[in-house]
Design a protein around this ligand. Structure first.
Ligand code: NCD
Length: 376
């Protein structure tokens, strides 16, 4: 059983009064003591630019192997309800590079914590605050609103390390920092995003953040039709002046020559049954009430499998495709990783392949964020 199988009430996702009135604070000049749950908290470019200046400083200090003490007195807890390699290790390393002596990491929350017994997320974060005297909790969870729910349930800051299919704000920060480092600008960019634009959270957070910080942003959203970028995100981006072109995999070769940032993502097989369940329920409308959950799940599992097979076809980035891209210095390939087959290994040696360097940006931007939220 996974958390997604539990009754939402058990996971504290509904009927939580504190959550209903919670509004994440805007950064607006100060990170200190604030939850970081959504990129919507970033409303002014200077807040991101200031953080990047701190990240630059962190990068110099790490290169010099300096011992920092900013988090010497802090207690940081990581609660991960979904798998992670990059996000969890870079947050842990960031805390330790900043001198944190008490970092308590919990992977496998779905298997080994009291969530298995049905404990709600609000109760779990309240528990952690008491048992560890934590100053900050870093949370990864499969529910879209999990970080807001957690933030509403505690007085200490919550940092969202990936919530459901909706948000991954610290990934957006590290991605944007990578763009600035690699291309020297965050304006006037053609950004092509491919893969799973429906279920992926990194692309949604990054696209929104880009339009806060940069001007003259043109997006190409290339994906199989079943994995299209949700309309509400497209409308939000257009509302902020970005131009958006939506296409299917067959159009990838048309947009590669003018692309500055090619952001590739994994087809997220783990969400396909849930996504098909939503589709089947939408299709059935009020008739769905008369159909058992088991029958819907059976149909949804089959549709999910078929959609996945179709989705993984025909968009692999390889050296042949890269021939038509702009030259090194003018163009980069990014990926939040993990990759499965969507970027061929032969591309790794290409100087435009920025996806391994991108991960180091995660260390520096997360150091910057932790020091801004807890330092001072
Ligand atoms: C991503 C995630 O978890 O959203 N990984 C990451 O944090 N770098 C992307 C993915 O799982 O495909």
């Amino acid at each position: 059983m996974t958390l997604l199988d539990l009754d939402p009430a058990q996971r504290g996702t509904v009927g939580n009064n504190e959550f209903n009135t919670y509004r994440p604070p805007e950064i607006n000049g100060s990170y200190q003591g604030k939850d970081i749950v959504t990129v919507d908290q970033f409303t002014r470019p200077e807040d991101v630019l200031n953080l990047f200046a701190v990240a630059d400083d962190m990068s110099r200090r790490v290169e010099n192997r300096e011992a920092l003490t900013i988090l010497r007195h802090a207690t940081v807890v990581q609660l991960f309800y979904q798998p992670s390699t990059r996000t969890s290790t870079s947050f842990e390393a960031a805390s330790k590079w900043l001198g944190c002596q008490r970092i308590i990491g919990r992977d496998g929350m779905t298997a080994y914590s009291s969530a298995v017994k049905g404990e709600s997320l609000p109760d779990t974060v309240k528990t952690i605050e008491q048992t560890t005297a934590a100053d900050l909790i870093i949370l990864r969870h499969p529910d879209d609103n999990s970080s807001e729910i957690a933030a509403a349930s505690t007085s200490i800051p919550i940092i969202n390390a990936g919530s459901g299919r909706k948000e991954h704000p610290t990934q957006a920060l590290l991605d944007l920092y990578t763009v600035q480092q690699e291309l020297g600008r965050m304006d006037d960019l053609t950004v092509t995003m491919t893969g799973d634009l429906r279920n992926g959270r990194t692309i949604k957070s990054l696209a929104k953040l880009l339009t806060v910080v940069g001007s003259n942003i043109r997006f190409n959203f290339i994906s199989p039709d079943v994995l299209r970028m949700p309309d509400e995100i497209i409308r939000a981006l257009e509302g902020r002046g970005a131009s958006v072109n939506v296409g299917t995999n067959g159009e990838l070769d048309d947009v590669i020559p003018t692309t500055d940032v090619l952001y590739v993502t994994r087809i997220q097989s783990e969400w396909f049954t849930r996504q098909a369940t939503e589709d089947v329920k939408d299709m059935l409308g009020s008739v769905a009430d008369g159909v058992s959950d088991g029958s819907i799940t059976n149909i949804a599992t089959d549709i999910g499998k078929a959609n996945y097979e179709r989705a993984v076809e025909g968009y692999v980035i390889d050296n042949k495709r890269m021939q038509y891209a702009k030259p090194p210095g003018e163009m980069i390939v990014m990926h939040p990783l993990p990759r499965v087959n969507e970027i061929s290994q032969e591309v790794d040696a290409d100087p435009r392949a920025a996806y391994f360097r991108q991960m180091r940006s995660g260390l520096y931007t997360r150091m910057a964020l932790l020091s801004e939220v807890l330092g001072g």
